[in-house]
Design a binder for this molecule. Structure first.
Ligand code: KIV
Length: 286
């Protein structure tokens, strides 16, 4: 399973030459118009950002999923704007040329339009992200998107399962299964596009509906657990790398088993210390 990811070819070897890097929001829309897909992965620190930037992956997202996969919280709700900025700065250092998007965390824009706009501008100024992402399509959220876009801050939307509102949604479950939800999601997608979003995440939206929403928009949809009919895909890097084998969601494909590899390496190190094999002569100075 890991053979491709262990290849030594460079990103330029793997990226089709017709596919220009994503530099500006307009490039995302051109990609969609050209029928070319977009790959996005989350990253939370400089080392991972550097490794991912060396792959062909199109863009990096500093997701507030870091609350769960880095901080060990049970949801994204506790993540603060300061923490998002802290991680986004690391990712920017590791991937200076990549298109990176920073999540605005719970509370930073739900508390009011002005605070949302201020949060978006802060993460752009302090971390150097290329765009921010907000969840949902409430009237105030649309106002935040309009104001940020007008101010020159690109915004990615996020509908379907919006983890920041998992309590009111009633858990982490697929969205769009009944007519009322489907109608609402179609309207939300159009509203996000009208408000100025250059792209939007569709999370856990039923596959046919995600395809229908994608076809109704000029801007690309980036799916997670939303089937193959979206304009691109995003996955949490820890899931893709198999860093946590306690649970695997249906929508996740594991491309490596690094969790086991890490535990095995640490165990070998531990045994070699106890056996007196490490450090050896070549690790010592004379
Ligand atoms: O926080 C996150 O990582 C996300 C993606 C899963 C879309 O929002």
């Amino acid at each position: 399973m890991v053979s491709d990811s262990m290849s030594t070819s460079s990103a330029s070897d793997r990226t089709p030459s017709s596919r220009k890097p994503l530099r500006y929001p307009a490039d995302w829309i051109k990609r969609k118009a050209a029928g070319e897909r977009i790959s996005v992965l989350t990253a939370y620190d400089a080392t991972m950002a550097r490794l991912l930037a060396a792959s062909g992956v199109d863009a990096l997202l500093i997701g507030d999923s870091l609350g769960m996969v880095v901080q060990g919280q049970s949801s994204t709700l506790p993540v603060t704007l300061d923490e998002m900025i802290y991680h986004a700065r690391m990712v920017r250092r590791g991937a200076p040329d990549s298109f990176i998007i920073g999540d605005l965390p719970f509370g930073s824009y739900q508390a009011g339009i002005d605070s949302g706009v201020a949060a978006g501008i802060r993460i752009m100024k302090e971390a150097g992200v290329d765009a921010v992402k907000v969840e949902g399509a409430e009237a105030d959220t649309l106002a935040v998107i309009r104001k940020l876009s007008a101010a020159g801050a690109p915004v990615m939307g996020h509908i379907g399962l919006t983890p920041q509102s998992y309590l009111t949604i009633g858990g982490f479950r697929a969205q769009g299964r009944d007519d009322a939800q489907a109608t609402r999601l179609k309207a939300e997608a159009l509203a996000l596009q009208s408000a100025g979003c250059f792209a939007m995440v569709l999370e856990l939206v039923t596959a046919d509906l995600a395809g229908e929403i994608t076809a109704s928009l000029a801007v690309p949809t980036i799916g997670i657990g939303s089937g193959a009919g979206t304009s691109g895909q995003v996955l949490v890097i820890n899931d893709l790398l198999g860093l946590d084998d306690r649970f695997q969601a249906r929508h996740v494909k594991r491309y490596a088993d690094l969790g086991q590899a890490i535990t095995k390496a640490a165990d070998e190190y531990h045994r070699e210390i106890h056996d007196g094999q490490f450090p050896a002569d070549e690790h010592s100075f004379r």
